[in-house]
Design a protein around this ligand. Sequence first.
Ligand code: G6D
Length: 339
Amino acid sequence: MPVNVSVSDFGTLPDGSMVQAVTLSAGAVRATILTLGGILQSLQMPGRDGCCAEVTLGHDDVAGYLTSRSYPGAIIGRTAGRIAGGRVSVDGVTHQLSQNEGDNTLHGGAQGFDRALWRLVAAMVEDGAAVLRLSHQSTAGDQGYPGALTVVATYRLDAAGLTLALAATSDAPTPVNLTWHPYWNLSGAGTPVGDHVLQLDASAYYPSGAGQVTAGAAPVAGTVFDFRVPQQLGDILASADPQAVAAGGIDHVFVRGSGTAAVLSHPASGRRLTVTSPAPALVVYSGVGLAGGPPGHGGQVIGRHGGIAFEPQALPDALPVLRPGATFDWQMTLGFDTD
Ligand code: G6D
């Protein structure tokens, strides 16, 4: 399989810094990643008709990413999800984090990892794969978090698919719960994902409470969130189930089993996305709040439910604390195939 890596300038940040774009290709799959936020800006894959379509939501300029409130394609940190009141306690000391969603902290605060300019460490062909390595240094006190955190992100594309691996180390105890936030629309047309079919390896989920801060886990059996059997997304997005109505669709934490985390398919095109990760939880977000954001690829209007995100992460009631000498490892692998 032909594998290639190329680097180009994408655009400048308000302070004049250049954002670079690195394109990894393996066969008919092509991924473009930005040094801004480690963002997956584009993913092109073939369908039944052979031609390649854009299947991840993104923007064609830096302004789109700085304007968006949906974290399209971004590496999320230090802590994914919501933290009530933005307060975390580490070893008995309470830290007030950046509160960027009312009183809560969402996805690492107002200037989370999605807004950082990551350092391009290496872009190369290695062992038959197209590889990109980025790094980010989050200083002590960044967004209110204790300790200085160093993160290395490694994207790897080969015949097996696209893997993102994250490795973090810290010089003091700090909460860490990293994830990745690409949105997927396998139609390539940007139409709502109601025509996609989803299967999840999850027998429990966390119903959302006030402010979308989750309470305890509950079985999916007997609920519209039972995706152990494949379901058409349109059925849940239009469901009268109180949890689906309150979230406007799907915006829930699912408790992972030991199998493939998620399989998303688009019967009309034959495209299928397979998600695997060792993380114990998977947030599934059906893009409830995507409408009204900046234009997508080629000026495409991104509407409500215009994409679906799968965010492997820690369980919401078990926020990991990383201590000096340890490494926080996280990984997600995406398989792309066509029936
Ligand atoms: C995550 O679960 C959250 C959503 O609630 C949020 O709106 C989105 O990120 C931007 O998926």
